[in-house]
Design a protein around this ligand. Sequence first.
Ligand SMILES: CC(C)(COP(=O)(O)OP(=O)(O)OC[C@H]1O[C@@H](n2cnc3c(N)ncnc32)[C@H](O)[C@@H]1OP(=O)(O)O)[C@@H](O)C(=O)NCCC(=O)NCCS
Length: 330
Amino acid sequence: MGRAGGRGLGRMVHGADATVPDVIEIRSAHPVERADLDAIRTLHDTAALADGHEALGSSVWRDLETGGRPGSVGGFAFEGAQLVGYAHVTPSDNFSPPHWAAGIVVAPTRRGDSVATALLDGIVEHVRRTEPGEIVLWILGPTDADDQHAAASGFEPSRDLLQMRVALPLDVVAREPDGITVRRFLPGTDEAAWLAVNNRAFRNHPEQGGWIASTLAHRMAEPWFDPDGFLLAWSTDPAGLAGFCWTKIHQPGSDDAGLGEIFVVGVDPTHQGTGLGRKLTVAGLGSLAARGVRVGMLYVDGANTAAVGLYRALGFTVHRRDRAYQREVR
Ligand SMILES: CC(C)(COP(=O)(O)OP(=O)(O)OC[C@H]1O[C@@H](n2cnc3c(N)ncnc32)[C@H](O)[C@@H]1OP(=O)(O)O)[C@@H](O)C(=O)NCCC(=O)NCCS
């Protein structure tokens, strides 16, 4: 049985509308302890089996497995000893713009019982007490009911993220733009050039824009990082880095084990529309296929017409749609 709530943080406060059945007890904890983590994994597996996809994203798991950043909290819904719902909220791990990131999973048997709303109201209350600001809640593969639960706790849909997939190897040849040379990323040498181009390509992007050296170092320290799958396109005119394609092979043990991701692809605004994005994406997929990957995948903002157009033209189709909801807490 989990020990959530045993560390003196007390019950989560929840709104008057979120009346859960008496058999369900809502508690909170920071940090989330090992026994609770196991219960969350079991609940997550049960939900994933019913839904056909995971409920909590990698940033939530990263936070859970590393003990949680200061300020993070887990909200638990227990039915006796059984965990039937879990919500997580944590200060965001990138630095621009700061926000709270949240995720939630509810047992298939307890959906429609206001468990989601009670947990979401709890995290809103936690943010209000800790440091008021914006909460971004991610729901993977949202249903109409998820939209309603989010709305009941004051969250509004803000972005759709598409997970697109394609079979590899790709049967596409991309034209080589003039004056471009592609080579692998050299750790210790290319960081500053990459950060500058990344931040220009993604200047208005909520997660990929505004990276600093430590954001990059953090990603390069992850077990999946492989400079052979991180391609840089250098231009002779004007001289400098023109674009990049960074790939990621999902590690054994993860839900997407064996899939090869275009983790991020970007072209400096001065080189966009010249065929370089297409060239780099094809090269990135080629590097994944060369390392034995048979399914390529990526995440793209549903409103990014240039990128979605490029991926569709290469044969990608939408595998899943995830949705971000926002709520400003004062
Ligand atoms: C998306 C991006 C990588 C595309 O690179 P690019 O060099 O500009 O694109 P290309 O010149 O290679 O064009 C490839 C295809 O993209 C699509 N495309 C490019 N610009 C487009 C636009 N403004 N509107 C619609 N489609 C567009 C087209 O399908 C084009 O195919 P075509 O050759 O049949 O015209 C680049 O625009 C970029 O870096 N954008 C900002 C960062 C970003 O959004 N990255 C992707 C995140 S998932």
